[in-house]
Design a protein around this ligand. Structure first.
Ligand code: ZN
Length: 236
């Protein structure tokens, strides 16, 4: 009587190890973590750009403030000349009046410019604030996921560590002849042993001919799938 249950269990262990090793290499979590990290770095670069722009605008604002102070100083100077009697010539008075008027207009233009700069500063500040909270959210998410990730990795390593001993115990009792055939087939297939369910090979999902099924259920010799070539395992 051929019993393939042990072989089936060894194969299950090997497949499990393969899948565990796969999830150690690259998992959904690892991908998410990387995406978050990249996102944070992009945000930070954008934030630094905004910060630089902000300080540039701030300097510009200071400069305009000084411009206005200078203009007002000039206006005061001309005003004094006009009222302290230094200028008496009518033409010169008209000239000075016009100069002062021009200076006042320049003050007005500069003030408008300053308002625009202040609006810009406000907008930059809002953008920086929203970026900053976005980064904070991502960082929190990253820390949380990273904790889960490390825990998962640890669990996977624990599960992997249990496999060799369990596998050795099965190897000690597996039928040696069948094992040799199986190992030979394993060079081509990762799962050379296929379970039979509802009269079909679960390796390729193709139905097994009636005679093969009968032989399989009698359990007197090995039966192979005529379609995919896998060794067939029928569990009573
Ligand atoms: Zn098959």
């Amino acid at each position: 009587m051929i019993d393939l249950k042990t072989l089936w269990e060894i194969q299950a262990l090997d497949l499990e190890r393969r899948s565990l090793e796969g999830s150690l290499q690259e998992g959904d979590l690892a991908r998410k973590l990387r995406a978050l990290k990249n996102g944070i770095e992009e945000n930070r670069a954008e934030f630094n750009g905004l910060k630089e722009e902000y300080s540039g605008q701030k300097k510009e604002l200071k400069k305009r403030e000084m411009d206005i102070a200078n203009l007002e100083e000039k206006i005061r100077f001309l005003g004094n000349k006009l009222y302290d009697g230094t200028i008496t010539n009518v033409k010169e008075i008209a000239n000075t009046d016009r100069k002062m008027e021009n200076l006042r207009e320049e003050v007005k233009r500069t003030e408008d410019l300053m308002l625009a700069i202040m609006e810009k500063l406000e907008e930059l500040r809002r953008k920086m604030e929203s970026l900053s909270s976005e980064m904070e959210n991502k960082a929190t998410q990253y820390r949380r996921l990273h904790g889960t990730y490390l825990g998962n990795q640890q669990n996977i390593r624990k599960m992997l560590a249990r496999i060799p001993l369990a596998r050795q115990k099965l190897l000690d009792v597996v039928d040696k002849e069948t094992w040799k055939k199986y190992v030979e087939m394993k060079k081509k297939l990762i799962d050379p042993l296929a379970r039979v369910e509802k009269g079909a090979c679960m390796g390729c999902r193709v139905g097994i001919p009636f005679n093969d099924l009968r032989t399989l259920k009698l359990g007197e010799c090995l039966v192979y799938c005529q379609n995919c070539g896998r060794m067939l395992f029928w569990e009573k």
